[in-house]
Design a protein around this ligand. Structure first.
Ligand code: AMP
Length: 189
């Protein structure tokens, strides 16, 4: 079973690319951010806890996120996995390794979409106009970048050391053109 992590900074195109590649491959797909936004919309306890954190641009606790991922993977253990927005800390990456190990699913493979920070900011501000996500305002975006630099960038380093890391240019070209490169990589993983 394949365990693919689609990795990248906020605005790198993880959601957009996930949607395109899911038309081609039969992945069990989870976006932790999307799940949290649904919890907020439905006014659940978890949603109430997560809302302020997300609107500040900070990260939800590792325990909550790992719990979500654990149940998702266990429920989809017969399928290839596509993880979007997880892991975002080295702790989450280590927890993922343990889960995959205990289910004998093999190693995770990371594909990073690399995009320059200035381009990311422009994309996120544009998305704010279209989708109206509450955390797509300049102040929160800056904090999300800070969190990425402080906690999430280390996840790429973790997989570079461990093996199973590959990056592609997520900046130049249309989403369709970028997806062609991504699909090429996924076909070999
Ligand atoms: P995203 O849709 O992936 O950009 O996620 C939106 C927000 O949800 C993030 O800024 C975090 O506050 C929270 N979130 C999503 N995934 C995680 C995660 N793996 N760990 C911690 N917080 C997360």
């Amino acid at each position: 079973m394949r365990n693919i992590i689609l990795f990248g900074a906020p605005g790198a195109g993880k959601g957009t690319q996930s949607a395109i590649i899911r038309e081609k491959f039969d992945f069990a797909y989870i976006s932790t951010g999307e799940i949290l936004r649904n919890e907020i919309k439905n006014g659940t306890e978890l949603g109430k806890k997560a809302e302020e954190i997300i609107n500040r641009g900070e990260l939800v606790s590792d325990d909550i996120i790992v719990g979500m991922i654990k149940s998702f993977i266990s429920a989809n253990n017969n399928k290839d996995l596509l993880l979007d927005g997880f892991p975002r800390t080295v702790k989450q990456a280590e927890a993922l390794d343990e889960i995959l190990n205990s289910l004998q699913r093999g190693e995770a493979k990371v594909v990073e979409l690399e995009v320059n920070k200035n381009v990311l900011m422009q994309r996120l501000l544009k998305r704010a106009e279209i989708e109206g996500r509450k955390d797509d305002n300049e102040q929160t975006i800056r904090e999300r970048f800070n969190q990425y630099d402080a906690k999430t960038a280390a996840v790429a380093e973790y997989y570079k050391k461990k093996g199973g890391y590959i990056s592609i240019d997520g900046e130049h070209g249309t989403p369709q053109e970028i997806s062609v490169k991504l699909i090429e990589v996924l076909e070999k993983l």
